[in-house]
Ligand binder design. Structure first.
Ligand code: AVI
Length: 321
């Protein structure tokens, strides 16, 4: 761990947000909890481990695409931008861009406070010429990020196909808000996972080592440890499958038996086989994503994919600017 100074803006949503959304989500039928709550410290570590798995093709494929397209990317974007990374996590992918892109400032945005702090401190220490900022916010609710003033134009980097974790209507709302915070010459560089054979998708979310299962179940550890709850993670199983009709991976936690759970002053009943829907991960074709981008005020400038067409990295520009 390094102690290099960065400008840290902390608006972590806190336990009230978790309490409210968990109680509301478990009172609904079917039960659901938003995926943003996966990312406590342990959840972020587990997600990092998922990115290294042989079955999880997304991370290595996106990194290879980024390595191959960075020179072309720089020709579009030019130097001296403010580079804003949404869902920056371990900030590994952005390292592939920094030397060639030479932004004047970097702003990492993530909901996982400790992870964000240590990864942006490491960046500041490894790239001493870079002005590093970090904002711990829930960007699904707000893009109210601090102003950093030494830049020519803004570039938002949104890797990992995290846009796939939003239902299409919410994805349009988020992209529209991103378009709204961009200035003239603003770009969005976004990773988008592509539609493909079901077997590859099912394997990516059901890895043999059980890391994705642990990641999904860790949400229950978090509820037990941060809220006043007796929820037992051992009473649930991980379930992930491709829903071809909805064009998305769905992740659920399945109750192994009928039982009741206490959360604060609430009692939640589970039937055997009843699920908590914890995540969707939508998959797109390049054309479908172009439509979604257009509805959000962006147009596709260039799209890079791997040879097998598993994943895409897309450069979008605010339409009409
Ligand atoms: C962060 N997000 C894009 C991942 C995905 O693939 O939807 C989260 C994840 N869930 C299970 N494995 C990875």
């Amino acid at each position: 761990m390094t102690s290099t100074a960065i400008n840290f803006y902390d608006a972590h949503p806190g336990t009230d947000d978790l309490r409210r959304e968990v109680i509301t989500g478990l009172s609904r039928s079917p039960k659901a909890i938003p995926p943003k709550f996966f990312y406590d410290k342990r959840g972020s570590e587990l997600f990092d481990a998922i990115c290294e798995l042989p079955e999880y093709y997304q991370t290595r494929t996106e990194m290879n695409i980024l390595r191959g397209c960075v020179t072309e990317l720089v020709q579009h974007i030019g130097p001296d931008c403010l580079l804003i990374e949404l869902g920056s996590g371990a900030s590994k992918k952005v390292r592939l861009l920094l030397e060639e892109l030479r932004p004047s400032s970097y702003l990492g945005v993530d909901i996982s406070r400790e992870f964000l702090l240590s990864s942006t401190q490491a960046l500041a220490s490894d790239y001493p010429w870079l002005d590093v900022h970090a904002a711990c916010i829930d960007f699904s609710h707000t893009l109210d990020v601090p102003q950093c003033d030494t830049f020519d134009h803004k570039v938002t980097f949104f890797p990992g196909s995290s846009i796939g974790n939003f239902d299409p209507e919410d994805a349009i709302k988020l992209l529209t808000r991103i378009a709204g915070m961009m200035d003239n010459n603003g770009y969005l560089l976004i990773g988008v996972d592509l539609k493909k054979e079901t077997g590859i998708l099912d394997a990516a979310y059901n890895d043999a080592a059980g890391v994705t299962a642990e990641f999904n179940l860790n949400l229950l550890n978090r509820i037990r440890d941060e809220l006043n709850s007796d929820i037992d993670p051992d009473a649930f199983d991980h379930l992930a499958f491709y829903n071809a009709g909805r064009v998305r991976i769905e992740m659920h936690l399945v109750s192994k038996r009928p039982h009741s759970v206490r959360i604060e002053d609430n009692i939640v009943e589970f039937e055997q086989g009843e699920t908590i829907h914890t995540e969707n991960s939508y998959k797109y074709t390049v054309e479908e994503f172009a439509e979604l981008a257009a509805k959000s005020g962006f147009c596709q400038q260039q799209v890079w994919t791997d040879k097998a067409g598993l994943f895409s990295v897309q450069l979008l520009k605010t339409a009409g600017k």
